[in-house]
Design a protein around this ligand. Structure first.
Ligand code: SF4
Length: 328
């Protein structure tokens, strides 16, 4: 993937202008390495919303005024310092938090999201609560480091003895606080609840069905991760992109009884199945477990909404496709 933008800026502009509901998310690599391009897009392309996914290290190089054009900023941080620094490098945790605090200080008004990758060293209860306790982030989201990672020593054991028990504790914490009229911004819980009520795109991030990735070389892809998958190529040149009319996710998802909430989880994982069929089903079992738990607490939440002790809008997320994948 070339570092420089190889397509004509006006081709991008012309494409976006046709869509009155367009949202642009800058995604990498690290998008802030090409700040001049981002500035130009924010200034000249009339998208309805702008989103930035960043490792957070270069954010202070961006003008304050420019930052406030973003509706959401997703910062990569994996939880407590030890866990974040293991995979992202020594000192990254401190630097990301310093920059996140700075964003708050300068009055960033958008949705500030901590985006975690959950690995074998992680503990979803400890790490999510830690990030929430900092009172910096509006939402915390995590993605399991599954499908492409070979780093697991004992994935099954971790799921059984660490992830699911701690996820259950986290869900109880969320519910207990809602009962006390405090809704923590735990993105997967709110997102799955929202889909359980309204449904949503398949897959949840909309890849290939509602959203596309435009690569620096000007190709249009169904999924930003699938940079070399032939199945993902929708147009060789964005000038020739004619719109979305794809159905990628089929069986076993189409007959799965959690499809409404799960939406096939992740297009890349579905298409590539890098952990094989068995690995795919192992992850499905985790998703089914979580969806079932959310379905179980739903009546209680609805009662609280009916009695006006809580507002439904505070329980559901995201209000628009802000690139949060919803299903961990
Ligand atoms: S749980 Fe698995 S089979 Fe069911 S919709 Fe999700 S990805 Fe598809």
């Amino acid at each position: 993937m070339p570092w420089e933008i190889k397509y004509k800026f006006n081709d991008l502009k012309n494409l976006i202008i046709k869509d009155k509901e367009s949202y642009i998310c800058f995604y990498g690599g690290e998008p802030l390495l090409n700040l001049s391009f981002i500035k130009r897009v924010l200034k000249e392309v009339p998208a309805k919303k702008f989103i930035l996914q960043t490792n957070g290290l270069l954010i202070r190089k961006v003008d304050v005024e420019l930052l406030n054009n973003f509706d959401a900023i997703l910062l990569s941080i994996d939880g407590v310092k030890e866990v974040t620094d293991i995979h992202r490098g020594e000192g990254v945790y401190d630097q990301v938090l310093e920059n996140a605090r700075w964003l708050k200080k300068i009055g960033f008004r958008g949705d500030l999201v901590a985006r975690m990758t959950l690995t074998e060293e992680g503990d979803v209860y400890r790490d999510v609560l830690h990030l929430l306790s900092l009172k910096i982030f509006d939402h915390v989201h995590w993605q399991l480091n599954v499908v492409w990672s070979e780093r697991w020593k004992d994935f099954k054991g971790w799921v059984e003895n660490n992830y699911l028990p701690n996820l259950s504790r986290l869900l109880n914490f969320w519910l207990e606080n809602i009962e006390n009229k405090r809704v923590y911004g735990i993105a997967p819980f709110k997102g799955i609840l929202k889909r359980s009520i309204y449904g949503g795109s398949v897959p949840p991030c909309g890849s290939g069905t509602e959203s596309v990735a435009i690569t620096t070389d000007g190709r249009v892809l169904a999924c930003p991760i699938a940079v070399d998958g032939k199945w993902a190529l929708l147009a060789e040149d964005l000038k020739n992109f004619r719109g979305l009319n794809n159905v990628f996710i089929r069986e076993p998802c189409t007959s799965c009884n959690v499809l409404k909430e799960c939406g096939g989880r992740c297009l890349y994982a579905y298409m590539e199945k890098l952990w094989g069929e068995d690995g795919f089903h192992e992850i499905c079992e985790i998703t089914m477990w979580l969806v079932k738990k959310i379905r179980e607490i739903r009546p209680k939440l609805f009662k609280m909404v009916e009695s006006s002790s809580i507002d439904l809008n505070d329980l559901i997320y995201p209000a628009y496709n802000n690139s949060v994948e919803i299903v961990p």
